[in-house]
Design a protein around this ligand. Structure first.
Ligand SMILES: [Zn+2]
Length: 308
């Protein structure tokens, strides 16, 4: 302990000694500089009074060069500092982009959608006005008591949903399940014929108008067996007013819990290409239906999300 104290004392003294030494020499140097400066000024005055301007000119040149040198050094230094600042700003911006909560949330949504697609791509088959059903598409049929056919994979969830709907005090009617292409063609042709007869439209105009309410053969979800039209028991006219029918309203609100989505929701016509059809339910499985419901996504928007 004593030894440590001694060593510390020694080091302390050395530092003080060095400080005193440097200070003494600085003082001497400063005195010498002051002396030289005074002599120089006197010499300058003497020469100038004798009309010898050379020293004065050299002095002025030296001062100008000195100032220029300082300015240049200053500029160089500030430029370097600016570069550093720009770099820091860029880094900060990058950080903000990667940590933007909206971007983060979107990336998370995409990852979730991709995982769901991996699990249930077969139930998520996309059929709409621009995506015809693949040729030779087939599935295991199940015939319901009412005579309509559905894809067997939809059966259990459909039964559970309709039972819950009944328990909530609502009576339903299954209007339409699977339609083969011939049936779809028949419906389409009937619609055209009625438009020609009742509204006097040309065949071409009638076809275009019919396609707005009935899908062309090959383009209807009903051909997949994964779509089902359900109305109230005594309210089987399929139009928008069904949205306020208690049975349909209950189904619209709860179907996602049983793996169904309202395939053509209100306000999404520009995305789906179809008018609001509160009666048309599409089976996609509970996981996908809940995801689409919670994030207000149509099947088209789901595919946009996963970049397909
Ligand atoms: Zn339908």
């Amino acid at each position: 302990m004593e030894r440590v104290k001694e060593v510390l004392q020694f080091i302390g003294l050395k530092i003080i000694g060095a400080g005193q030494f440097v200070w003494a020499h600085l003082k001497i140097g400063f005195k010498k500089l002051r002396k030289w400066f005074r002599r120089y000024i006197r010499k300058l005055i003497r020469h100038t009074k004798a009309k010898d301007y050379s020293l004065l000119i050299y002095t002025i040149i030296a001062i100008i060069v000195f100032i220029l040198a300082i300015v240049l050094l200053g500029k160089l230094f500030s430029h370097k500092k600016k570069n550093k600042e720009v770099k820091t700003t860029t880094e900060t911006t990058t950080e903000i982009i990667t940590e933007d909560p909206a971007v983060e949330a979107h990336n998370q949504l995409v990852a979730q959608a991709n995982a769901i697609y991996q699990n249930s791509s077969e139930l998520l088959v996309l059929v709409n006005g621009s995506h015809p059903i693949t040729e030779g598409y087939s599935f295991e049929h199940y015939t319901l008591n009412c005579g309509e056919d559905i894809d067997t994979r939809m059966h259990d969830d459909l039964v559970n949903m309709l039972e819950a709907c009944n328990e909530a005090g609502n009576e339903y009617r299954i209007v339409s399940g699977y339609r083969d292409q011939a049936k779809q063609q028949q419906l389409f042709d009937e619609k055209i014929a009625s438009l020609v007869a009742q509204e006097g439209l040309s065949q071409e105009d009638a076809e275009a108008k019919a396609a707005m309410t009935i899908q062309r053969p090959g383009y209807s979800e009903h051909e997949t067996g994964l779509a089902i039209d359900i109305s109230g028991l005594d309210n089987a006219t399929l139009d928008e007013s069904l949205a306020s029918d208690p049975t349909v309203a209950w189904l619209d609100q709860n179907c996602h819990m049983y793996g169904f989505v309202v395939r053509y929701p209100d306000g999404k016509t520009d995305v789906t290409g179809e008018v609001f059809e509160p009666w048309h339910f599409r089976y996609v499985g509970v996981e996908a239906a809940t995801f689409m419901h919670d994030n207000n996504l149509t099947l088209e928007e789901f595919y946009q999300l996963i970049g397909m």
